[in-house]
Write a protein that binds this ligand. Sequence first.
Ligand code: HEC
Ligand code: HEC
Ligand code: HEC
Length: 468
Amino acid sequence: MNNMKIRSKLLTAVVLSSGILSAASALATDASTTELIKRGEYIAVAADCGACHRQTREDGAPYAGGYAIDSPMGRIIASNITPSKQFGIGSYSEKQFADAVRKGVAADGSNLYPAMPYTAYQGMTDDDVHALYTYLMQGVKPVDHAPEAKTSLSFPFNIRQIMWGWNLLYRSDKPFAKQPNASDELNRGKYLVEVLGHCSTCHTPRNMMMAEESSQNLSGSPLGGWYAPNITPDKSGIGSWSQSEIVTYLKTGHLAGKAQAAGPMGEAVEHSFRYLSEADLNAMALYIKQVPAIATPTAQPASQPPVATDINQVIVGQGSQASLADSSSTHGAELYNGACASCHGIKGEGTKDNFYPSLTSNTAVSGATAQNLVMTIADGLHRKGSDSDVSMPAFGQQMSDAQIAAVSSYVRNQFANIQEPVTAEQVTTYRHGGDAPFIVRYVNCLMAAGAIVVLLILFGLLRLRKKP
Ligand code: HEC
Ligand code: HEC
Ligand code: HEC
């Protein structure tokens, strides 16, 4: 064999083996990218990105945006976050994406409204941001159109720059801090609850400027017409729930004899929590059970048992939904027996298998406010949990606010012995999104006050200039 031949053989061998090597490494990259995309998808589910960034249509493409968040200042439309270059986030770099998710700053430098929960996501680790970015860029189909609806907020909230000042005051830029001397499980739970699951964005009360009051963490907050209850381990919260009961509730959306998840919590269960691993749910429950307990006011049952209703006096079982529409009755018992008893039982006992839950031991009925009861009656309930698909009809069309008030008062009175009636005005307020927070109610006064301050300063400056 001459040198030439040896050389060419060697060369072929080298070329061949490097070919094999690069093919192998391409396979390895593919496998690790697939792994990364899968991890990113799990993070997206745990952080519930899809719930807000979905299309309004049931069959809409994932992450195409358009879902409207009714805030007290107006409607905010969630963006298209598919990798479409023109209409989505296809041209976002990973750094720009990280800034949007953790700081609430879009690629063009404009401020996002905190309806996008960046105040919670700001603790997201770099690893998780990387996986999430890889998933959204490579694991999601681009959708090349913009959401139909557009964000429309009232003045001055339509000026995005005002968020700059708000961020300065209320956005933390500290990375997620592990609890020292705590187990890995507890810290995983803390990360899931505080950062990805953003529980506090709903369950923590807000101050006048709509920022979360961290000293009152998870102690309950109104949420539109709903109320996200106190979930700290106090008696007035969920102190009596065991770790495994919390897991069951998050996973299935119902806990027999205690609570059902309707409204925004039902959605969180359906789109996010029911998909989490058993280990992650347990970690979350472990963490929830040891956050500082905060006592909040509860509804006080009367000392005397409720006056028994004479069922014979009311029409039982005849009030079909159609006849309810014609009826102007505001007789609570009559309405209950006509509209609710077929599922929940005359005595509110529910069914034995708990498919139709008892109302005698239910946190929406006995809650500090009647909000969740009223909203469940008005909007109904549709939820997929890990074990079932439940639904209760909405009565908002058939019943007037006065009727909803009457049936709510009856339910609270008979099944939780709460005497204080629910009024038609309260029902109207809840159904229109609850009491507006301070900043919205008083923004006009604040603006007037601001304008006066500006005028006074100008006036002062003018006088200064006039002086020799
Ligand atoms: C509670 C609802 C909600 C959740 C949950 C949510 N977002 Fe958003 N997001 C919004 C809204 C609303 C906007 C638009 C805000 C605005 O217009 O100021 C937005 C904007 C964005 C933007 C800016 C896009 C642009 O250029 O307009 C990105 C990126 C984004 N979200 C990513 C995510 C990711 C990733 C997740 C999950 C980790 C997530 N969002 C979870 C509501 C949500
Ligand atoms: C989008 C808002 C929202 C988010 C996010 C949210 N919750 Fe809720 N949560 C609610 C509302 C509203 C209710 C009341 C539901 C009802 O009674 O039908 C509720 C109810 C609950 C209850 C039952 C309390 C009771 O007394 O009945 C628990 C427990 C709970 N949430 C835990 C959590 C945890 C843990 C997280 C985060 C992992 C979380 N929630 C995230 C809005 C939210
Ligand atoms: C067709 C059957 C049906 C009718 C009629 C019905 N419900 Fe329900 N209700 C349900 C189901 C199913 C659930 C949810 C069970 C679950 O979450 O597992 C539910 C849940 C509830 C809850 C718990 C909500 C929460 O947030 O915890 C309340 C309170 C309630 N119903 C009250 C009423 C009242 C009051 C009426 C009459 C105005 C009524 N229901 C009529 C089937 C019904």
